[in-house]
Design a protein around this ligand. Structure first.
Ligand code: S3P
Length: 429
């Protein structure tokens, strides 16, 4: 494979894009969003917020949201279909829990398999009535509370989605909502709430945090500049590290320290990966990532790092497959409930390419070397698996094949074009 070379920008951060649309819809006045991710997942959020009464339109490259003000959303006339997006579904559940109307939410086959109990259970305490399929799966109906009570909750699993759902419910409750997280997770909701004028305090507690939100603030529309998604930048970055002779620059990547576990891990593996022009943009750290081909060595990733790189394990596993030695990625229980069972699916992807992989409890053990590649990967409606398999194939003698590329658009529209511009020889069947 010829070296990859060039300078690119990846689409906007998915987490921040969902939140900008939701907070914009809950605020008074206009929110202008630049760099919004126009992927399927985020477009589902836009459609849902429109169905709840917000006005959302595209103006040039920006998106404008005319908010309804807290408590001002109205009952949707039809079922809210959140597609493939767990973030959209769980965050929206928080909003709906504290709005006094009835709604029904569903999603695609992947989302309908994913657990909703983690949000339903704590949100019931604010007075909302949820009714879901057995196992607390979508579709579910929600009757929001008339006068929502503030919530106090300690998260049993490290999940930014659950934390954000509770904060969104707490926005429309009188009193202080308190969320305790055992491990710090991405804090985009906290940052953006402050940016929109809410009073949020965060207290560190060891490796966890205690977050307090004063309910019923005056949320005011604000400008949001969405940085490039580090979870998307991960693919061209790892591709550059793996293909001999490569040098790739990804401009304007969000580098919030609660998102950069992958980059830290790659450096531990010996990656030549640097940040150029580190800066702050709308309260978030941003920089340009420069990645050069590197001889990687195996790594042992502690479970505590998982929240800061939860979406990056499939692509890290690809890097480990081509590193010297045996890697151990620990504490990956949460991967079992992503867009696919990502622990099993990542192992299957690597095995299809000839890698010796083991799963021991919640750990993934990867015997690195020079795998032959050449296998077919069943992507199971999982965008990150599809992109990881394609990057894997760039570094093996025989190309990897995937059964379905459609889901890539949920988070990274233009992935194939961008990678081809860098020199990747992806072939369509
Ligand atoms: C997200 C949180 C993570 C992550 C997802 C986006 C968010 O999920 O996997 O892609 O925007 O809050 P969990 O909260 O389930 O870990």
């Amino acid at each position: 494979m010829a070296p990859l070379a060039g300078e690119v920008s990846v689409p906007g951060d998915k987490s921040i894009s969902h939140r900008a649309l939701m907070f914009g819809a809950l605020a008074v006045g206009v929110t202008r969003i630049s760099g919004l991710l126009e992927g399927e997942d985020v477009l589902r959020t836009a459609a849902a917020m429109r169905a709840l009464g917000a006005e959302i339109l595209r103006e040039g490259a920006d998106w404008l949201v005319a908010g309804r003000g807290l408590g001002g959303l109205t009952a949707p006339e039809d079922v809210l279909d959140m597609g493939n997006s767990g973030t959209a579904a769980r965050l929206l559940a928080g909003i709906l829990a504290s709005h006094d109307f009835f709604s029904v939410m569903t999603g695609d086959a992947s989302l309908r398999r994913r657990p909703m109990r983690r949000v339903i259970e704590p949100l019931r305490a604010c007075g909302a009535v949820f009714s879901a399929r057995p196992g607390e799966r979508l579709p579910m109906s929600i009757q929001g509370a008339r006068d929502a009570l503030p919530l106090t909750y300690r998260l049993p699993v490290a999940s930014a989605q659950v934390k954000s759902a509770l904060l969104l419910a707490g926005l429309n409750a009188r009193g202080v909502t308190v969320v305790e997280e055992p491990e710090a997770t991405r804090d985009h909701s906290e940052n953006m709430l402050r940016h929109f004028g809410a009073a949020v305090t965060v207290e560190r507690q060891g490796s966890g945090r205690l977050i307090r939100l004063v309910g019923q603030p005056e949320l005011r529309g604000a400008d949001v500049a969405v940085p490039g998604d580090p979870s998307s930048a991960a693919f061209p970055v790892v591709a550059a590290l793996l293909v001999p002779g490569s040098r790739v620059v990804v401009n304007g990547v969000g580098l919030n320290p609660l998102r950069t576990g992958l980059f830290e891990t790659l450096r531990e593996m010996g990656a030549t990966l640097t940040v150029r022009d580190a800066r702050t943009q709308g309260g978030e750290s941003v920089g340009d990532l420069v990645a050069e081909f590197s001889e990687l060595i195996a790594v042992d990733v502690p479970p505590a790092r998982a929240p800061s790189m939860i979406d990056e394990y499939p692509i890290l596993a690809v890097a480990c497959s081509l590193a010297r030695g045996v890697s151990r990625l620990r504490g990956l229980a949460e991967l079992r409930v992503k867009e696919s069972d990502r622990l099993a699916a990542t192992a299957a992807m690597l095995r299809a390419g000839g890698v010796h992989v083991e799963i021991e409890d919640d750990d993934l053990i990867i015997h690195g070397g020079r795998p032959a590649g050449g296998g077919l990967v069943m992507t199971q409606m999982d965008h990150r698996l599809a992109m990881s398999a394609l990057v894997f194939g760039l570094a093996t003698d025989d190309k990897m094949r995937i059964d379905d590329a459609r889901f890539i658009d949920t988070s990274f529209p233009g992935f194939v074009t961008l990678m081809r511009r860098l020199g990747a020889d992806f072939a369509a069947p």
